[in-house]
Design a protein around this ligand. Sequence first.
Ligand code: ATP
Ligand code: MG
Length: 475
Amino acid sequence: MSQERHLEALTHPIFKTLSKCADALDCEAYVIGGFVRDYLLNRGTPKDIDVVVLGSGIALAEKLSEALANQPEVTVFKNYGTAMIKYQDLVLEFVGARKESYTRDSRNPVVENGSLEDDQNRRDFTINALALGLNKENFGILVDPFEGVKALEEKRIITPLSPGVTFSDDPLRMLRAIRFASQLNFIIAPEALEAITAHKDRISIISNERIVDEINKMMASDTPTLGFELMHKTGLLPLILPELTALQGIEEIEGQKHKDNFWHTLEVVDNISKNTENIWLRWAALLHDIGKAPTKRFDKKVGWTFHGHEFVGSKMVYKLFKRLHMPLNEKMKYVQKLVLMSSRPIVLAEDYVTDAAVRRLVFDAGEHVEDLMTLCEADITTKNPYKKKKYKNNFKIVRQKIEEVEARDHVRNFQPPVSGEEIMNTFGLKPSKEIGMIKEAIKEAILEGDIPNDYQAAYTFMLAKGKSLGLTKTA
Ligand code: ATP
Ligand code: MG
């Protein structure tokens, strides 16, 4: 890679200003880490800029702020000796060059001031240790002591120190390695992969929040299963998501086998990732079959069954989110709902697709019906071309019918066309179970297609239903 290319990375005017400030303070400064990596990988010009300073990061941040228009605020993290500035769409972080040593029970190191090389040594991977000079005499010069550029070209993740030390010092790096492999489509060096396998149990000192951060970054990458496969291969997966590894394996009884639901699941996640960027829909794909491990039975007459796995699976979603300290909010409910409904369109598409069945599907899935269809389409992993074609075609019909039924009946965000209050007034009733019965009957009649979803039809139906219950119209 050429020198011009390195200079090009620093074309934003802020770097010249930064250069003058560093010179004025008479301290060396470098842009380091993710910014340099992503720039050289042509992943656009990153907005996060990490600056390492041989001296005080806070002092340089303050100097820069004074030199910029509107003097942006400097946020100082005293405990870490770091500072941050938000300027336009950029986030600049300043840190003094460090030398670190670790103790066994924590990923928080003992920190001392160090040289640039010390600082590069403590970085996790050689591709993350690249530094670009900012001072006048070395502006745009790349400092690459570990052949990080070569690793970028060869798409390899290598640790600057011996991998065993790197990973046991800070076990989060194991997941970062796997996440970068998944995000960048890189290979983890074999020694590093071995070291992850050897130190996997150290993941227990990492907080769930950080683990989930990394998993979500894998989940957002083009082929999330690269990450899941590596977690599986190194033995990290059962420590983080045992529900998934429980799906692995094929059992055979009396010559009958079921599919390996673990590998099937990964295929579904990759399939869905071609059709959606929504990581929660991808999570739903990842978890859609987790209920199959606890519900698996062998029945002499029908073979392998997983009765109720959708319901059991949706309960497991809650427990899993809770265990990993993921938010128990509407995202969790969304994943639960998709898992719960994950077989509905399939059952529907196996048979002749009726309007009433589609109306019920839309009613139950509500605003998530398209996402549910996307999930089910991704779920087709059969290698039988005849079946594959048949399922795809049936889902196409279901999608068409969803549109037709929606245009006509508007059941997606169903509001009862006749209110409980109106039923009470019509028959002179106090709050009672008859009202619920009438409301339910109206809803059923609409979903079955006996009456259209409009006020007049529902009103007429209500009168008839009331009559059959022995009620008389009083208003
Ligand atoms: P991204 O921003 O895409 O998550 P990044 O590499 O920029 O990737 P950050 O968390 O922003 O990751 O960290 C910035 C830099 O700090 C990294 O490039 C790396 O040099 C260093 N770094 C971050 N986390 C660690 C770690 N756990 N161990 C060692 N170095 C780290
Ligand atoms: Mg970053």
